[in-house]
Design a protein around this ligand. Sequence first.
Ligand code: ATP
Length: 317
Amino acid sequence: MSEPLVRVRNLTRRFGLLNAVRGISFDIYPGQVVGFIGANGAGKTTTMRMMATLEVPTSGSISIGGRDVINFPNEVRRLVGWMPDAYGTYENMTVLEYLDFYARAFGFRCAERRERIGEVMEFANLTELAARPMNRLSKGMAQRLCLGRTLLHDPPFLILDEPAAGLDPQARIEFKHLVRLLAEEGKTLFISSHILSELGEMCDTMLFIDAGRIVHYGSAESLRAGNTAGPVLEVRVAGEPEALLQWAAMSPGVTLVEATRQGARLRVEKDDPETLAALLHKMIHDGLAVTEFHKEERRLEDAFVDLLHKVGGHGPR
Ligand code: ATP
């Protein structure tokens, strides 16, 4: 594997007596799309702000592209696009003027500036909104504008703080699409949310933080698959489900999770195809009229709750 783009080591941040971030360490590799999940107040924004050179760590270190954020903040800022969870709107400024203002601040001049703004507006679907005042944008449009601003200097690493918060379903789909395009371009993304399902489909890796500590870091896939308990099967039968419930009670290795209107959710001990096939065969052999039999995909939310139970954490609030 290549060198990590981001290295965070034993990072802490105190505010007076409050330990907002308590000694966290993790790496992010080029091209990864990492979801940063935690309840309100878990320490996400504080961590991200330190990575974006906007907050000074109490102790520990962060390097991005091999550069320490404290000693080389300017070099790091060239590599980082920071999209905050809240940003100011200027009443009489249009979309184009806003991007132009930031492009000037980034040092783009003349034709180069116009070209770059044009590219960003096209990417973030803002071209038709160029003349619209900022305070007349929908939440989704405003998020795209803020993302556009973040992309102006074409940074390889993007830190997006709660970008999907408050978006309606359509705007969320559009935003997800932009994230996918950025990932395809090879950008590395670090995206926070306190709502797991907002990030589930966007991210390949999940980093969970609870009360300032990392409680899990792994692929979204492995989390869904889980490794603590056997799979849950959703089974439906024709006629009364009572027969299925009785069958489950008598069958070794099968535990009733819950009865459903047309059947039951059953936990089984093993996850191999032979065991599942033998189980289906036995159900039919024992006279159950099975109409549906499938393994449930473990929901990311369940995985998170399991993790927090293990570490005695606070969970989503
Ligand atoms: P949210 O989803 O609500 O933004 P978060 O996970 O981003 O939550 P942080 O904003 O990092 O959490 O806050 C972590 C803790 O640090 C909270 O208890 C917060 O009140 C506290 N905190 C953050 N910034 C400051 C500050 N400048 N001064 C004092 N306390 C702060």
